[in-house]
Ligand binder design. Structure first.
Ligand code: XMP
Length: 326
């Protein structure tokens, strides 16, 4: 029957059958999907796997450290780190269109990943066997929403599915492609991954790049990271992590409104809170968070984050609104 234990065992067997004695690489995004996929493959083939973390600079506060420290500590996986923050900022300079942002991030991600990969392949070949397999943390809903499933349309280009080059030189290993998010979490727990990774809410591959409405730059990223960290910390403190599927925090970087703080007039940006409840991200409801929690988040963000003078709540379900704003 369909328990996490069985799913894990079955996938580990499949991975072994597919990969044999070959070498594999796996990109870690900072999210639960790639962490669980990597942990499964690590369990199946050990050091034949090298994980790659491309730090694109679009992660939230503390997330790069979680990959670099917590993931490695709990799995013992080999990790190659590529600091590519400058590359992404340069490529995104001045870009405002959501799909263009996604395409640029996807494209630069592939380039950065290929550069990292080249180094790993060179090393692997010197040890006798080239890298032949690429591990992807693709879930069932990703496939459906990217137009890969039956009778579905392309809603948004998810770069972990649609952005792969045509001439891909690897065979894909996708141990999560029949699973929904809750099953992935259960498998992660089964494999002993720490709760901070397994319980982490879903976060899009293009990261904060699609949560800044307007062009992306370091100053805006810094504002958004601070606001997001406050919102997440307060949600956790209120004990509501399990009730809320995810809570995107969005910076309306091209919108400003008048405010007042002390005896100063301000002209700052709004932050949008987008807490949603969902089973699988295909449909969602806005979460009815307690008013005192919303007040606390609003007070803290407007007091502690320079440049933000207003916090607004998104009360739209999906459909018609998607979960992310871009
Ligand atoms: P939407 O905004 O389409 O999001 O309602 C559905 C779920 O997918 C996540 N999401 C992404 N995940 N790459 C990803 O890996 C992406 O480009 C992407 N865009 C959205 C979103 O956070 C939500 O969980």
């Amino acid at each position: 029957d369909w328990t996490a234990d069985n799913i894990a065992d079955e996938q580990i067997e499949r991975i072994r059958a597919q990969v044999g004695t070959g070498k594999a690489i796996c990109g870690l995004s900072g999210g639960v999907d790639s962490a669980v996929a990597a942990a499964l493959v690590q369990r199946a083939i050990g050091d034949q796997l090298t994980c790659v973390f491309v730090n694109h600079g679009l992660l939230r506060e503390g997330e790069a450290e979680q990959v670099e420290k917590d993931f490695v500590a709990s799995t013992g996986a080999k990790l190659y780190i590529a600091d590519e923050r400058e590359r992404f900022l340069t490529a995104l300079d001045g870009v405002t269109d959501p799909e263009t942002k996604r395409k640029i991030i996807g494209r630069e991600f592939i380039r950065a990943f290929e550069a990292a990969e080249a180094a790993i392949i060179a090393e692997a070949a010197s040890e006798g066997e080239p890298v032949k397999f690429l591990v992807q943390g693709t879930l069932y809903p990703d496939i459906v929403e990217s137009g890969g499933g039956e009778g579905t349309s392309n809603i948004k280009s998810h770069h972990n599915v649609g952005g792969l080059p045509e001439d891909l030189q690897f065979e894909l290993v996708e141990p999560l492609r029949t699973l929904f998010k809750d099953e992935v979490r259960a498998v992660g727990r089964e494999l002993g991954l720490p709760e901070e990774i397994v319980g982490r809410q879903p976060f899009p591959g293009p990261g904060l790049g699609i949560r800044i409405i307007g062009a992306v730059n370091e100053e805006r990223l810094s504002i958004l990271r601070k606001a997001d960290a406050i919102a997440r910390a307060e949600l956790t403190a209120a004990g509501l992590d399990d009730e809320v599927w995810q809570m995107p925090v969005v910076l309306l970087a091209d919108v400003r409104s008048v405010g007042v703080q002390g005896d100063h007039r301000t002209y700052g940006h709004p932050i949008v809170l987008r807490p949603v409840s969902s089973e699988d991200a295909m449909t969602a409801d806005w979460s009815h968070l307690p008013y005192d929690l919303l007040s606390k988040i609003s007070n803290r963000i407007t007091n502690e984050v320079d440049g933000v003078n207003r916090v607004v709540l998104d009360v739209t379900s999906k459909p018609p609104g998607t979960i992310e704003w871009e």
